[in-house]
Design a protein. Structure first.
Ligand code: DAT
Ligand code: MG
Length: 151
């Protein structure tokens, strides 16, 4: 399996509900490595770029106003097959369909307040990481715990 990087962000509802630590803990406990992190309010034009694939859909305007409505915790995480691993940990888009044990399954009730974003493919991850982080903000380091996470 490939070592991948993925773009994740705790959305404004997750921040307001005090779930940043809980959500980050799940990824850390799983074994994902933090490569970059930023707490910010997303500019509207940046949000429109990030969610460009959804332009024209019925929920687009409310999606944009929601994602810029307050601060988000943006991060890049790295690991073996990280994109799919993180998507599995997030759960399905609609929290009512998300399995218990997933972030959306454990904390969410509706699609419009589903707590977390995560890239859906390595190509999306590369695109999204470049929207929110400069190359020099991605930190390269050896994490000693990796010797006990990967065989
Ligand atoms: P995901 O966030 O699981 O990758 P997506 O990329 O299809 O889902 O959609 C992006 C976000 O847009 C999603 O997290 C919540 C919102 N959204 C998607 N489909 C929706 C719908 N049918 N009604 C309301 N909001 C929706
Ligand atoms: Mg998506």
């Amino acid at each position: 399996m490939p070592i991948e990087q993925t773009y994740l962000m705790v959305k404004p509802d997750g921040v307001q509900r005090g779930l940043c630590g809980e959500i980050l803990s799940r990824f850390e406990n799983k074994g994902l490595k933090i490569v970059a992190m930023k707490f910010m309010v997303i500019r509207k034009d940046v949000a429109e770029n990030h969610y460009g694939e959804h332009k024209g859909k019925g929920f687009y305007d409310s999606l944009i106003s929601y994602i810029i409505s307050g601060p988000v915790l943006a991060m890049v995480l790295e690991g073996d097959n990280a994109v799919a691993v993180c998507r599995n940990m997030m759960g399905k888009t609609n929290p009512q369909d998300s399995a218990p044990g997933t972030i959306r399954g454990d904390f969410g009730m509706v699609t419009g307040m589903n707590l977390i974003h995560g890239s859906d493919s390595p190509a999306s991850a590369a695109r999204e990481i470049s929207i929110f982080f400069k190359p020099e903000e991605l930190i390269t380091y050896k994490r000693t715990a990796d010797d006990w996470i990967y065989e």
